[in-house]
Structures are given as C-alpha cells and as structure tokens.
Ligand binder design. Structure first.
Ligand code: NIG
Ligand code: FE
Length: 390
C-alpha cells in the first residue's frame, strides 16, 4: 500500500474527540495527515510526520473532513424556477409544489434521472461534499419509487425511501389507501434498495398517526427511520422521531420547549436545513436553543428543486452562522461530524487514524473563512476514499 503525507496544513480540523485539545473540532495547527489506501493512517504535527512514499505540500492551507450532507432529494427531473420566482414576489411555499416535480420525474427516463443525480453530486463534490444521502419521493407509485431508489443506489450508499412525501395525486381522495400502499406493496418493492425510511410529517402531507404507521412498517422491514419534522409549523414530527429512536429529525424549524427538551434528551440528531429557510423566506430555526438543550445538531442542504435548490454545504454553514446564531466552529462540526452522526456513521466526518480518507483542502488560512468569506469558492482540492478527485 502506497502512503502519502499531506504536509504544511496550517489549520487541520480533525473532529477527533480522542485528541481532547480543548475544541470539539480537534484542531491541530501546523499539521500533517498521512493516508494509505482509502484510510487516514496518521495525524499530527507536520514536523513529526512519518516517512511516506509520496508527499503533497498543502502550502499553509486549511484541511477539513469532507462534508457529510445527510439530507437531499436528488432523484428528480426539471426544476421549479417559476415557483421560486413567485415566492420571491410574496407567494408562500406550499408542499403542493411537489406535484409539479412528481409529474416531471415520472415522465423522465432512467438515464436522465441518473445523469441528474450524478450532476448534482459532482456539483456538491466541487464544494467539498464527499458523502451525500439522497431520497426517493418524486415517484409516488410502486414502480417510480423503486426506480428512484435503484438509481440513487448507483451513486450513493445512503439511500432513503420517502414514498410518504405527499399523498400521490391518484389517491387524493383516499389518503388511507395511499398509506396502505406505502406501508405495503411499495415498501416491499423499495426496502431492498434503501437503508433508511423517511416521512414528511406535516399538515398537508402526513399526520402523526400516518407517519408512525409508515416508520414502524419500514422498521419492520429493516429500514431505519428519519423524519421530515416541524418544517412548516408545529406538529408531532419531532416527538415521534424521538419516540421511535429515529436517527434524525430534519428541519426542526418550529419547535416547542417540549420538542427541544425531547431532542436534548435523545440520540435523535436535529438536522437543520438553512437552505430551506433561505429559499422559502421562512423563520430561522433556533439553533442556539437546540444546542443549549444538549442535542446533536447536523447541517445539511436539503437539495431539492422546490424548497432548497442548493448543493452547497459552505453556503449552509454561512447561513447557519449569520442567521441561526451558530459559531463558525459549531457550524463546521455540524456539517461534518454532525452529518455523520445523523447517518449513524463513525468512519466519515472526521480525520483520524482509521477514518475514511475524505479530505478537503481550503484556500484559506483558517476554517473560519467558510463563514467569513460567504459565496467564495474556497475548496481547492478534494480526496474521496483516499483518491484525489479534484
Ligand atoms: O425537505 N419538506 C418536504 N420535502 C422537501 C421539499 C420538496 C419540494 O418542495 O419539492 C423539503 O423541503
Ligand atoms: Fe427534505
């Protein structure tokens, strides 16, 4: 196995809790990272780096773990430019817009959908994302949902079945019938292709009882739950996620004190999606209260054509810092280690011996520049599974 030392890293963010050096980011100044195969082998002070086969001089730049984007919806066709334009003229966001994308997605061929997923993943990679979860949810028939998951699985291991995104148009008068489909034949067809099950628990989508039925049926088939919770208003989503031991409750825009307490006392990660608040002109989630309660917070893009058409984790970090009251350190941790926690992964989201060699080099002297220099393309190099891909 050939080894490579990446040296002269002025600011190395490891997220390595074993370092215990006073910051959750486990920052090592003047650092080096040694990688071999697809793994990190060593981290430490540059002057102490062991001999390796190859060397890469980071030239005083910053290195961070590849971003872990734990929430996106990439299997779709078309876009919703007009809807966004209308919203920016004052029209409110409505989940009903999902139907537009369902029609476009059903009409698209497999190769078109697969090329779209590849395009958005490549776009995200250029901005430092090395792991991206993605969901079905724009098919809403047995065949179209299973197809979406098969296509997603060509591009990522983190695949989520979201047949319960909205009630399919064919079942508009029979929501119970649609829940029966989602928890029956559709689940049977989809479970082999997914790791996770998700439900949009929201007024206008699925209520608490329906969401519980969806998640428990999925769990019985071996899918682990995650929940679209409390995005558009208060509701039972967060409490349900905690009760069922979901890996994450996502959005968390409208939280009561009881919701925040429940998150703080659970392992369910609160995944905040500031791109959605930005693109729907909604109120910002109160990240400070969620953090103060002791909850684990992840940041993700929610990349989708309706509520958040961004694939940029640096943009989400900048929003979280500017508008959700997170510190630059908290936001970066949430966009890396937090995302890994939301996916129940320990091999990603950190730069430590044994972790996957997913590394991002920033053209900046400090990781704080991610928020300090919003909109600037700071990502200069990316290693994924130990291979330099940019
Ligand atoms: O996470 N909330 C539900 N699903 C997406 C929006 C999907 C859409 O508008 O197309 C979300 O925001
Ligand atoms: Fe979403």
């Amino acid at each position: 196995m050939k080894t490579t030392a990446i040296t002269h890293i002025t600011d190395l963010v490891t997220n390595d809790p074993s370092l215990d050096n006073g910051t959750p980011l486990g920052v090592i100044p003047d650092a080096a990272v040694v990688i071999g195969g697809d793994r990190v082998l060593w981290t430490g002070e540059s002057s102490k780096a062991p001999a390796t086969d190859n060397a890469f001089d980071a030239g005083g730049r910053t290195m961070i773990p590849g971003f872990v984007d734990s929430h996106s919806h990439l299997v779709f066709a078309g876009d919703r430019t007009q809807e966004f334009n209308a919203r920016m003229s004052g029209r409110p966001y409505s989940a009903g817009g999902i139907r537009t994308t369902v029609a476009a997605t059903r009409a698209a061929g497999d190769e078109e959908l697969s090329a779209n997923v590849a395009r958005y993943l490549a776009e995200a990679l250029r901005q430092g994302t090395t792991t991206m979860e993605t969901k079905s949810g724009y098919g809403l028939t047995v065949e179209d949902e299973a197809r979406a998951l098969r296509i997603a699985g060509r591009h990522t291991d983190e695949v989520t079945y979201l047949g319960a995104h909205i009630v399919a148009p064919e079942y508009a008068d029979d929501p119970a019938g649609y829940v029966g489909l989602v928890t029956g034949p559709m689940l049977d067809a989809c479970a082999p292709h997914a790791r996770w099950i998700d439900v949009f628990c929201e007024r206008g989508a699925f209520d608490g009882d329906q969401a519980r039925a969806v998640l428990t049926a999925g769990a019985a088939k071996g899918l682990r739950p995650r929940v679209h919770a409390n995005q558009l208003g208060h509701g039972p989503g967060v409490q349900l996620a905690v009760e069922l031991g979901a890996a994450s409750a996502d959005h968390c825009t409208h939280l009561t004190d009881a919701d925040i307490d429940a998150l703080g006392q659970s392992d369910t990660v609160a995944t905040l999606l500031p791109g959605a608040e930005f693109s729907t002109r909604a109120a910002w989630p109160d990240a400070r209260r969620v953090l103060a309660a002791g909850a684990t917070v992840a940041l993700s893009t929610d990349c989708n054509p309706g509520s958040s058409f961004t694939s940029s984790m640096p943009f989400c970090i900048a929003l979280a810092v500017r508008d959700m009251g997170m510190t630059p350190d908290e936001a970066l941790w949430s966009a890396t280690a937090g995302g890994a926690a939301a996916l129940r992964r320990t091999d990603i989201g950190r730069i430590a011996p044994g972790a996957r060699a997913d590394l991002v080099l920033l053209g900046a002297p400090s990781h704080v520049h991610l928020a300090y220099r919003p909109g600037v393309p700071l990502v200069e190099a990316v290693w994924q599974h130990g291979v330099r891909v940019r």
